[in-house]
Each structure stands twice: as C-alpha cells, then as structure tokens.
Design a protein around this ligand. Structure first.
Ligand code: ADP
Length: 594
C-alpha cells in the first residue's frame, strides 16, 4: 500500500469494495489452512493406520477418507475459487477506478497549467506520467491492499496454528523472516531511488521519440537519420542501464527471500525431524506444520513484492504529486470583477514584460490603444515582440497591474474565462486536431449548423479545397493535420476562429502560407464579417496590413509608431524602409516570374 495526499482519499472512496475484498480474502485464507490438517489425516492414516479426529483416535478407513478428507477438500477448492474471484474483482476493480479518477485529476491540472509550463515540460515526459507512473500507482493501490491484507491475515492465522502445535519450532522458523524484514527495508530504499532513475530515463526516451516523430520531415530533409539514431541509441542504452540497475536490486531481494525461505524449511525439517525422533511429534503433525509454513511463504513473498512495489509506487506517486502540485500561475485573482462581456477596447499602458525564466524583457515601455471594432495590423521583424503582444492580450502570461487594460478594466480584474470566451485566436503553428474538418472548424462552438461551418470556411477561402476532399467536411485529418497543406491548415485555423464570431480576434501570421490572391480575398471577407469587432492581424508583410484602420510597428520589443499606413510611411523611417524593401522584393519576384 502506498499513501500520499492524492491517493489517501481513494482508500476511503472505495472502502466498501476493499472491505468486501478483505472479507473474501479472510474466507480464502481461513479455508486454505484446512488443507494442512487434511495432510496430517492422510499421512497418519497411511503411516499408522489410525487417525485422531476431534480428540478421538479412529481406524483409518474408506468412510474417513471420503467424509473427513475428500469432502472437506472439495469444499476448500470450491471456496477458494469463489473467494479468489471475489477478491480479485474487489481489489483490482477499485484500483482501476482509482486510476481513472487520478488520471482525471492529473488531466484537469494539466489543462489549467500555463503556456510557460508547456514550454518547460516536454510532451514525452508528461505522457510517461499518464502511462507508466499511473500504472505503477494503480498496481500499488489494488495489489498493495491485497498483499498487506493477505500477509497480515494468512501470516497471523498460519503462525497462530504453527504456534499452537509447537512454540519453539515456530520461533526458530520465524528468525530468518525477521531478518528478511530488516534487510528488505534497507533494500527497498535503494529500489525507490533506482526506480526513480529508471522512470527519469524512460521519460527522456519518450521525449526524444515524441520529438523525433513530430519532426520526422525535418530529420529526413536534412539527412540526419543516422545522427538521430545514434542519439536514440544512447538514450536507449541509458534507459537499459537504469532498468538493469533496478532489476539487479529487485533480483537481489528475490534471492534473499528464497534464501530465507529455504533456510526455514531446513529448520522445520531439522528441528521437526528431531521432535518426531524424540516422540514429541508424529509424522502427520510435522507435515501439517510444514503445510502451515508453506501457507506463510506466500505472505512472505507478498511482503517482498510489497517492498518492491512500494518502492516503485512511491517514486511514481511523487512524480504525479509534483505534477498535480504544480502551481497554476495564470489564474483569476481574488479581486477579479464580475465582468460578463468584452467589447474589445485594448490599451497597453507603458507595459514592460519579461517571460518567466528570462532576464531580458521581450516588451519594454509599450503603449498603444485599440478601440473596439478597429482592425489593427501589428508588424515588425521576427523576434520583435509581436506574438508576445498577442500572448498578453489572451492572458497566456501574467502582467503587472496598471499595464494592460481591456474595455478600460485592468486585465487582472477580468475573469480569464470571460476574456477568452470573447476572443478568438489563430496561432502561428495552426494546430489542428486529428478529427474531421467540420469538428476542427466548429471546435469553439457547441451548437452549429453545416451552413455556418461552410460559411466560415468560405470566408477563410478554404471551402473550395475542402469540397475536393473525398469526404468533404467529414474528412478526418491525420495527426496534427498532416494530410492538408500548410496554406490549407492556415485557412482551416482562420475558419475555426471566425466561427466563434468573437469581440476580439487575433491572427498571428495567419496568411503567410497563402498566395496573394487568396490573401486579398480573405482580407476583403474579413473586412465585411469583422466590421464593428476588433481584429488584430500580426504580419510580416506590409501588404497584409496596409488597409487596416491602424498599424502598430514593433521594433526590438518597443512600439516605435502607431497610425495608418500613410501616417507611418510619413513619420516612421524604419516602416518606410520596410515598405520600400518589400516593394523591391515584390518587383524582383514579378520580373523573375515574367
Ligand atoms: P515575434 O512574434 O515578433 O517574432 P516574439 O514575441 O515571439 O516575436 O518574441 C519576442 C522575444 O521574446 C524574442 O526575443 C523571443 O526570443 C522571446 N521569447 C518568446 N517567447 C519566449 C518564452 N516563452 N520565454 C522566453 N523568451 C521568449
């Protein structure tokens, strides 16, 4: 059994089935201990021709064989089958239910954790928590209760029966067991450490595999298969070493158990044989005594297995506890206001922002205002801070008080849910789910019609493409949308955002993979459908944003100019240079194409 703050409550929650399991186990153990008595009757009957039943010595005949040996044996077998079936259902069933509950708690925490957490923790490691570690904890829960209860019940019952037969023989037989308990505790600590190292190595291996599969096209394009294979081989070997190191200690524990058990057998037959010789015991009683000891062997094995299991379980539970205990850093504060709706005014007021864990601010002293309903372009070089602006508006990270205002309220006073309910986002990586195109587009809405999905797709300029797919809107996309092109992915992401019809929409480099004609069509459609709602378009190309109500020009984390295209062209030298450079590039491209 393992205990910890996230598992204790499940012992209470599943107390009834667990108690039922313990009751079934008690019956099984009790019944099991009838067998050595039957051994005694059989052996004494065969050796001496007479047996002692309820203090009366009787000649061994067919009636005794049938009534006192065979019939009870049938009863024992039947009870064992039913009892074992019952406790298996009770213990393992509760463990599976506990695993399901704990997995939900873990998933619940994972979905609350901020972007920063996912920047720092790799998917492979998280997956191994949800698979390997959770499975280990599940084993410990059901198997732990079973083994603890069994070791206690069968151990106590059998030792009681042994002690009633001969106290000294029982004490001699128990000495190696006490030694085993002490050695097991020490070995168990080493096993916890080794298991932790093993899980760590496995996490690294799954991180690497996950990343390699996701980036397989890059690996192939750069012909880095061999390098990847070598890196994988190294991690695989490390994983193997960690496994072997754990198994070594586990095997050592098993050898010790066998050694101690065998030494007890020697004691029983050595000292017991002497007792038979001295006339204290008859042969049948010695066999009965050794039968009880055989019953104690399983609890002893269970204790060894329990030490092994607990060691693994403790390490895995600690890793799960660390995940659930991870602080949710982006959350509503206590003084949050009861705001139910967002109109779409946005104001950055002398905002400086540094990503957690970084020393350099990504935005410094940024000030600008977007009125609800405006269409705004955010433009600047790569790494200038454009995505950071989007991240902050969507509250992916915390900002200090008095720096960012939405509808005139400090963003920290607005419930995060309200803010995100009224926002839509087209992220740079255009993540699509392995689901139908229809469900991807309608992802943010609960009730929708086919017509609405088609409308959103038309506005995003992807309806024509989808109509050519064999299953049209019911086409299932491969993992991360690999069966569609980059441009189609972008437009499906835009359709998903438009479907929400939010007060604020932010598109991060959303049209970079589409041709200029399609881009123009999308921008025109946006003008109509987004009229009166705030639209923020982050872009590299001036042509994407030049017709917008306002353009924000970002340079090295600062906003150097805000205004219309004409105003910026007049007033901001860097913007003017960008415009001219991009014009030259366009002309050169046209010349080449001509
Ligand atoms: P842009 O969108 O203009 O290309 P970003 O807003 O993504 O630029 O990045 C602005 C700066 O912030 C860059 O220097 C980038 O390296 C840094 N940055 C972005 N994300 C993080 C992060 N999660 N942690 C630390 N620094 C970051």
């Amino acid at each position: 059994m393992i205990f910890g703050k996230y598992i204790n409550k499940y012992y209470l929650k599943y107390l009834f089935p667990l108690l039922l399991g313990i009751a079934a186990l008690f019956v099984v153990d009790r019944v099991q201990l009838i067998v050595p008595e039957l051994y005694r009757l059989t052996v004494n009957g065969l050796v001496y021709g007479q047996v002692e039943i309820d203090g009366v010595v009787r000649a061994f005949d067919m009636d005794i064989l049938l009534d006192n040996i065979c019939r009870p044996l049938l009863f024992v077998i039947l009870s064992l089958v039913i009892g074992r079936f019952a406790w298996r259902i009770c213990f393992f069933g509760s463990a599976v239910k506990m695993e399901t509950d704990l997995r939900s708690v873990m998933f619940d925490r994972c979905k609350e954790l901020s972007q920063q957490f996912y920047n720092e923790n790799k998917v492979g490691s998280l997956m191994s928590l949800f698979t390997n570690d959770l499975e280990t904890v599940q084993d410990c829960f059901g198997g732990g209760v079973l083994m603890t209860a069994d070791a206690a019940l069968l151990g106590v019952l059998a030792i009681y029966k042994m002690a009633r037969m001969n106290v000294w023989l029982t004490l001699f037989a128990l000495i190696p067991m006490i030694l085993l308990g002490s050695v097991g505790t020490v070995v168990g600590k080493t096993m916890t450490k080794r298991w932790d190292e093993r899980q760590e190595a496995f996490s690294k291996l799954s991180d690497f595999s996950q990343e390699s599969f996701s980036g397989i096209s890059v690996i192939k394009a750069f012909v880095r298969e061999t390098k990847e294979l070598m890196a994988f081989a190294w991690l695989n070997r490390h994983n193997e070493d960690a496994n072997v190191s754990y198994v070594r200690v586990s095997v050592l524990l098993n050898i010790l158990v066998t050694l101690f058990v065998e030494s007890v057998v020697c004691i029983i037959f050595g000292y017991g044989g002497y007792l038979v010789h001295a006339g204290v015991f008859d042969v049948g009683r010695l066999i009965e005594f050794s039968g009880y000891f055989t019953s104690v062997v399983w609890p002893i094995m269970a204790v060894a297995e329990l030490i092994d299991m607990r060691s693994r379980g403790k390490a895995s539970l600690q890793r799960i506890t660390d995940l659930i205990d991870t602080k949710v850093d982006v959350r509503d504060r206590e003084d949050v206001l009861d705001i139910k709706e967002i109109k779409g005014d946005i104001e950055f007021r002398d905002l400086t922002f540094t990503y957690p864990g970084s020393d350099v601010p990504s935005l410094h002293n940024v000030s600008f205002k977007i009125n609800a309903g405006e269409s705004v372009g955010v433009i600047g070089k790569t790494g200038s801070g454009k995505t950071t602006v989007a991240d902050l508006i969507l509250r992916q990270y915390n900002v200090d008080d008095g720096m960012l205002f939405i509808d005139g309220y400090d963003v920290n006073k607005i419930p995060i849910k309200t803010l995100r309910d009224y926002s839509a986002y087209v992220p740079q990586d255009n993540f699509l789910f392995s689901d139908t195109i229809e469900r991807n587009i309608a992802f943010a809405v609960d009730d929708y019609t086919d017509v609405q999905v088609r409308e959103a797709a038309s506005l995003a300029g992807v309806d024509g493409d989808i109509s050519e797919f064999p299953e049209k809107y019911k086409t299932v996309l491969g993992e991360r949308g690999v069966t569609v092109s980059g441009g189609q992915k972008q437009r499906i992401s835009i359709a998903r955002a438009l479907m929400k019809d939010a007060s604020i929409i932010i598109m991060d480099d959303a049209v970079s993979a589409v041709d200029t004609k399609t881009e123009d069509a999308i921008l025109n459609a946006l003008k109509n459908v987004r009229s009166g709602k705030t639209t923020i378009m982050i872009a590299h190309r001036v042509s994407t944003v030049e017709d917008m109500d306002k353009i924000i020009y970002v340079e090295d984390g600062t906003v150097t100019a805000v205004g219309t295209h004409e105003q910026l062209y007049e007033a901001c030298e860097s913007y003017r240079k960008t415009v001219e450079l991009q014009r030259l590039e366009d002309e050169r491209r046209e010349d080449i194409n001509a």
